[in-house]
Ligand binder design. Structure first.
Ligand code: UDP
Length: 310
């Protein structure tokens, strides 16, 4: 297949380039480097089935030749990035999704939307099933991401229903692993970088809020299977093992052997209190199951960060 990946230089996008190339496909990567990093795809330079275009998908996009699939992964994706790039975040979820869908329609390509557990907001249903409609503050600091992705889901279903585009919607839960930015601001990268530097681990609030962390290799496998064998309904892909933020801090200290303290910092506005995917749908439809537990995933991620943190 000839595949276009937006956000190709990002954390997930770059791992997707690797996976699609490994499966024998041809990949065109697209990124404007707002939060993506050229280092993430530097190893693909000169690959005969990979090409790269520096472009913002929120602007009109032309791609020459046939396309069989478009995976729309471009977006700032960390709470600190939404604060720094609120309008770009809204634009890439809305205008970017519209452009990518228009391209998919023109090429007769399958369209795959990277949506998010953030569509559930601060959830009142736990764990979250795909049938839950969510509890989102539209005007809070996270609203720029949550509402953009909710709009993106609506637009994707509209193209599916009105134009017959073959579409997929994945709701991605917290994912971590090599190629996260050290200053990404998210909890796994923050804690590992802080532990390796011997700085205090910044636990927001009392650390009793929960997340369910999926190692990138498992997430990418879920994405690939959903792209190949899924249907048009939204599908949660994440690891259902739930941890408090405090537990995560303790695991990071244990694995790095760091002597860092855990310090409390104010809880950001609208920080979801709990998050855990119900993955029944993915299990049944795709035979997908995460395999790498948190300790093993953190070990592999620590190895990566030892190489980039100084
Ligand atoms: N968090 C934390 N310390 C940090 C960064 C994040 O305690 O240095 C908390 C944050 O308040 C949230 C959880 O960890 O409850 C996950 O935050 P992240 O930014 O990774 O992603 P989110 O799931 O909130 O989108």
């Amino acid at each position: 297949m000839r595949i276009l990946i937006t956000g190709a230089a990002g954390f997930l996008g770059s791992h997707l380039c690797d996976r699609f190339l490994a499966e024998g496909h041809t990949v065109i990567g697209l990124d404007n480097f707002i939060t993506g990093n050229p280092d993430n795809i530097a190893h693909l330079t000169g690959h005969d089935r990979f090409s790269f275009v520096r472009h913002n998908i929120s602007n009109y996009t032309y791609v020459a030749g046939a396309l069989d699939g478009i995976l729309h992964f471009a977006s700032p994706a960390s709470p600190i990035d939404y604060l720094e790039h609120p309008i770009a975040t809204l634009k890439v979820g809305s205008l970017g999704t519209h452009n990518a869908l228009g391209l998919a329609k023109a090429k007769g390509a399958r369209f795959f939307l990277a949506s998010t557990s953030e569509v559930y907001g601060d959830p009142l249903v736990h764990p979250q099933t795909e049938s839950y409609w969510g509890n989102v503050n539209p005007i809070g600091p996270r609203g720029v991401y949550d509402e953009a992705k909710r709009f993106a889901e609506a637009m994707t279903m509209a193209y599916h229903r009105s134009h017959g585009v073959d579409t997929r919607i994945i709701r991605i839960f917290n994912t971590y692993g090599p190629r996260m930015r050290p200053n990404d601001g998210r909890v796994v990268s923050n804690f590992i970088v802080q532990a390796l530097k011997g700085e205090p681990l910044t636990m927001y609030g009392d650390g009793q809020q929960t997340r369910s962390f999926c190692f990138v290799e498992d997430e990418v496998d879920g994405i690939y299977r959903l792209f190949m064998h899924g249907d048009s309904q939204p599908t949660n892909i994440g690891n259902p093992n739930e941890f408090t933020v405090r537990q995560l801090a303790e695991i990071v200290l244990e694995i790095t052997g760091s002597k860092s303290q855990i310090v409390s910092r104010p809880l950001p506005e609208d920080d979801p209190k709990v998050r855990q995917p119900d993955i029944t749908r993915a299990r049944r439809m795709l035979g997908w199951e995460p395999r790498i537990d948190l300790r093993e995933g953190v070990r592999r991620t620590v190895e990566y960060f030892r190489g980039v943190v100084r």
